[in-house]
Design a protein around this ligand. Sequence first.
Ligand SMILES: O=C(O)CCC(=O)C(=O)O
Ligand SMILES: [Fe+2]
Length: 533
Amino acid sequence: MGSTTRNEKEVIFMEDFERTTELKAFDDTRQGVKGLVDAGITKIPRIFCYHPPDNFTRVSDLCHKDYIIPVVDLGNIDEDPSERKRIVERVKEAAETWGFFQIVNHGIPDCTLKEMLDGVVRFFEQDSEVKKEFYTRDKKPFMYNSNFNLYSNARTTWKDSFFCDLAPNVPKPEDLPSVCRDILLDYSNQVMKLGTLLLELLSEALGLNSTYLRDIDCNVGQYAFGHYYPSCPEPELTLGTIKHADVDFITVLLQDHIGGLQVLHQDTWIDVPPVPGALVVNIGDFLQIISNEKFKSSHHRVLANTVGPRVSIACFFSTAFHPSSRTYGPIMELLSEDNPAKYREFSIPEFTHHYKTKCMNAKSARSCIESLSIDLIWKRKMKDFCGAPGTILGLVLRTTQFLFAAGSIASMATTTSFFNLTAFCYLIASMGLQIIWSFLLALLDLLAMMRNRTLLTPVLVSLFVVGDWVTATLSLAAASASAGITVLYFHDLGHCHIGDECLKYQISVALAFLSWFSTSISSLIMFWLLAEG
Ligand SMILES: O=C(O)CCC(=O)C(=O)O
Ligand SMILES: [Fe+2]
């Protein structure tokens, strides 16, 4: 295994090939993090060192109610309708503000919860030769390893996990390890019923028919991750689970009594304290999208700890591992003119693929869901489009419009007789308008470029289309009328006896045409952008 030097630079700038070699050496042991701890290490290998101080406050000991994850008691849900209404209200508030809540009296007996946690411990603490049989990185109905994305993820975490695919295809008993086979199947059945109830409550919380989320198959797929976080000799240097949001509809998590799970709430890491008999429920990215951001999928993480092992089992409601062409997008019933769709439609395999290939190491874990955000798709398109506002070509077009229009006015206004001809006055007025318009847009381009972002929205682009087309039409009309007069008077009738002045009229008209040409290019680009958006 790798050296355990604490040289920070060495850790941060560890060469890729060195890191890969050390990851491979670790993976080849097939013993996971537990194997390192069993071997008695006192410093963690450098592949696990990264925990950078983040900018978020850690508030675990604040008792203020604003910092306490809501606990919802489902006890009397079937007793009377008013109690169910109260529960829906609590769930709604928690899903909207936290994206996290704990539930008690949920119907899964304490002995089942205990047996499930014991089952996870039994699996990870069984004879290592038997456990190794399940160690793999190939997709199987049941598999175990340490860090599922060991080679693709930039950060290696202090935990081992097993994965079990539970629905729609129920695993064959012989595919499951004997030490936790029965309890896994029993627990998953009970979580499926509970998940279905939770989806009913969440549907009602969205103001929809209680079967809405079930009817769109949010509870068809279920898979579980059993996590084992061994005690860590240097917990401040690593994490048990890095900051992430769950890519599913909802997650039902069972944790033991150790603690370490934290949720990011209002830029503060808040502990999700273990509550005896409780289950933690959190909203996943898919539900954030289909609720059009009414519910939020919050970032969370798990700290490493000198005390351990900590175990947890997370059940995810999603068909991520099964082919499906069903698409999801913001629920129509929730949309209105004031609340337009914030995301485009997606299929679950498409999202999962995108997540694996693009989001795993993204700077912001949020960036994956953002890839479906209509607002951002639009803004990115604008940024990439040559000639769009906020791009260099956009600025060049505005500057040329401005300069040609200014040149046209300067040339015309310095003659002594332009005011005798209405067409020439009209040219000056329309070029004046062009100057003001292109100057304002050039300022906007500069601002957008300096801030490295596009300040545009579809509404602004519509405004620019109208502005560009109006100024382009006026410039063309003014340039054509003035050109007609210039040709008629000073060429056909041979009336131009004022020497230089004739040339100035001609130059002014020529510059007006050039300004129109430049404006017409940008008005076509704007029109194209609007049509595309
Ligand atoms: O172990 C925990 O408490 C949380 C695990 C988790 O967030 C996950 O598996 O997505
Ligand atoms: Fe999670």
